[in-house]
Each structure stands twice: as structure tokens, then as C-alpha cells.
Design a protein around this ligand. Structure first.
Ligand code: PRT
Ligand code: ZN
Length: 299
């Protein structure tokens, strides 16, 4: 392998699943242009020294822990499970947990049969889950004497099969639990996608690229919610209008030629701008209100 090749960053991303499109879109928005290898397992970065490995999500923490990949994008559910597993094997920091991303939201929660009045397991119950380490950790912390039954898939059917009393699984809308006659109980872990980094120290070049990528990721996430608002406002209503602008710290106030009692206000709003806000602004005296998308932002 040439030195140049060794210095390319390798990022592991889910090959095909709920995180795939979001993760590839994020990297594209960070400026990465790539071509897909013939085996469809590697995307070669064309304009940055960054290659993307497409793998099963469960393999990502291991690839990063073993320093086969420098970075990985995967759900906190899998990161936490793997971290707990490795920590019990005396590997205290198997990878560095870096930026939390704004997609892949779900929660790991208990699901109980309707007849069970509790929201969490009680002593003596059996819990079916694909997250044995997280559930075991919860039981120890809460001093509950229940038994974890590991299931690799279709956890929801375990109670009906008589294999468990309750389950602990990922929930997003709750429809799957409902369809299996289960009620959602206590949440054990809130999860979204996160970037993890190898525990091994990176070369200076790679470190620079990682930090650059992280700054761009922050920029992309800020931009998703952000809007640029322009409006005209009576000077007298300035304070009220500034208060109404969602998530904007210091708007730019510009005088208007020939109009002493009015100013133009330009502001970046870092929160969703709803129609209701625009109507409130109008009621406060704002006119010529324009809301524009923000394409790129570097803090
Ligand atoms: O093939 P590979 O192993 O890579 O994929 P996978 O099938 O293991 O994972 P995938 O693509 O289903 O999910 C990838 C990641 O998305 C998960 O690890 C979570 O971090 C995140 N995520 C977000 C979810 C959900 N939402 C989700 N709803 N992962 C799974 N689910 C499943 C859940 O297991 C249950 O079966 O959806 C069902 C519940 O959904 P609701 O909407 O009915 O509540
Ligand atoms: Zn998986």
C-alpha cells in the first residue's frame, strides 16, 4: 500500500438500511464526491482523501474499534450495546464517541402485554431483547432480578411464543408493538445516529481531515433547520419583532433610504420558521417578509 493510500480516511456506513440514505446524503452535503466500487462495498472519494465502506450496521463499532476504519456512523443503540459488551471484557474505551447526528431517532423501550400493568420489568420476569448488555446494565442499576433472553430478530413475538414475559426493543412510531398486542413501557435508551472514531491516534493529515469533516457536519446540521429572514419593520416595533424571530441572536438592522421610521431586518433563524411566526411578525408591523433557505454555514 502506498503512503498516499494509507493516509485516506475510511468511514464505515450502513450498506442498506434506515441510516444509509441519510449518512450518504450527509457526506455528500459535506462536499464529498464519490464513485462506487464494482463490488458496491466501497465508495471512493474523488475530491477528498475519504473512502466510504458499506457494511452491516452491527459490524461498524467493531471495524472502528479494531482500527480497520477511522470513523463510523451508527445508531447509539448499537454503539452502547457494543461499548458495554467490550467494557465487561476490560476494554474501557473501545472507540471515541463524537458528533451526535440529527437522524435515526428511536428509543429502546420495554413492551409489555396489555394485561401487564407495569411499565418496567419486575423480579422474576423474562425479557426478550436483541440488546442483552444494555438491558442487563439497566437491571443491575435498578436492582431488578429479572432474566434476559437474547433474541436476534422478531423480538415482538417472544411473549406470544411463551419465550418471555415482556420485550425490550427499538420503537419509533409504536405501530409494531401495537400490531403485536404490546404496550410501550419505560424507555431504557434514547438513540440517534452518531459518529464514532478509532481509539488509535490518527496521523496529522487524517486528524486535520476528521476535524474538517466534523466542522462541515455541524454546518450541514445547522443549515437543515436554518432560514434567512428579511423583512421591513417600523422602528417603534423593533424590540417586539426581534423577540419574535425564532433562534436568532443578533439580527442585522439596515436603514431604509428615505424612510426614517422604518428599517430592514435580516436574520438567520436557527429554528423552523412556522407560518404562525410570520403571521405574528405581520401583526407586529412587519412588511415585505421573505424567508429563504440557507445553503451552507460555517460557524
Ligand atoms: O442489515 P443491517 O444489520 O445493517 O440493518 P438492521 O436491519 O439491523 O437495521 P435497520 O436498518 O432496521 O436500522 C438501523 C438503525 O436505525 C437502528 O440501529 C437504529 O439506530 C435506527 N432506527 C430508527 C431503527 C428504528 N428507528 C426502528 N423503528 N431501527 C429499527 N427500527 C425497527 C424496530 O426494531 C422495530 O422492529 O422498527 C420497528 C419499530 O418501528 P415502529 O415505527 O413500528 O415503532
Ligand atoms: Zn443490524
Amino acid at each position: 500500500m502506498t503512503a498516499a493510500k494509507q493516509d485516506r480516511l475510511k468511514i464505515a456506513v450502513q450498506k442498506s438500511g434506515r441510516l444509509t440514505d441519510h449518512s450518504l446524503d450527509l457526506l455528500t452535503r459535506c462536499g464529498l464526491k464519490y464513485s462506487r466500487g464494482r463490488d458496491e462495498l466501497i465508495c471512493f472519494g474523488e475530491n477528498m482523501p475519504v473512502d466510504v465502506l458499506l457494511v452491516r450496521d452491527d459490524d461498524i463499532p467493531g471495524l472502528v474499534h479494531e482500527d480497520i476504519c477511522d470513523l463510523g456512523i451508527v445508531g447509539q443503540n448499537i454503539i452502547t450495546e457494543r461499548r458495554l459488551e467490550l467494557t465487561t471484557r476490560a476494554q474501557p474505551s473501545p472507540f471515541m464517541e463524537r458528533t451526535l447526528l440529527d437522524y435515526g431517532h428511536c428509543r429502546l423501550a420495554f413492551g409489555m402485554p396489555e394485561r401487564d400493568d407495569n411499565d418496567r420489568p419486575v423480579d422474576g420476569q423474562r425479557i426478550a431483547t436483541s440488546y442483552p448488555a444494555i438491558v442487563q446494565d439497566f437491571l443491575v442499576r435498578e436492582a431488578i432480578d429479572a432474566q434476559v433472553v437474547e433474541f436476534s430478530g422478531a423480538v415482538e413475538i417472544a411473549p406470544r411464543l411463551g419465550k418471555a414475559d415482556i420485550i425490550c426493543d427499538l420503537v419509533s412510531t409504536g405501530a409494531t408493538l401495537k400490531a403485536h398486542g404490546l404496550r410501550e413501557g419505560e424507555t431504557v435508551l434514547e438513540s440517534r445516529a452518531q459518529l464514532i472514531q478509532t481509539p488509535v491516534e490518527l496521523s496529522a493529515d487524517k486528524t486535520q481531515w476528521v476535524e474538517r469533516l466534523l466542522r462541515r457536519i455541524d454546518g450541514v446540521m445547522q443549515v437543515r433547520e436554518s432560514k434567512y429572514i428579511m423583512l421591513h419593520a417600523p422602528r417603534a416595533a423593533l424590540a417586539k419583532i426581534r423577540d419574535l424571530l425564532p433562534g436568532s441572536e443578533s439580527p442585522t438592522i439596515i436603514p431604509l433610504e428615505g424612510l426614517d421610521d422604518k428599517v430592514a431586518i435580516h436574520a438567520v433563524c436557527r429554528e423552523t420558521v412556522f407560518w404562525e411566526t410570520l403571521e405574528d411578525l405581520q401583526r407586529a408591523g412587519a412588511t415585505s417578509v421573505l424567508v429563504l433557505p440557507v445553503e451552507k454555514m460555517l460557524a
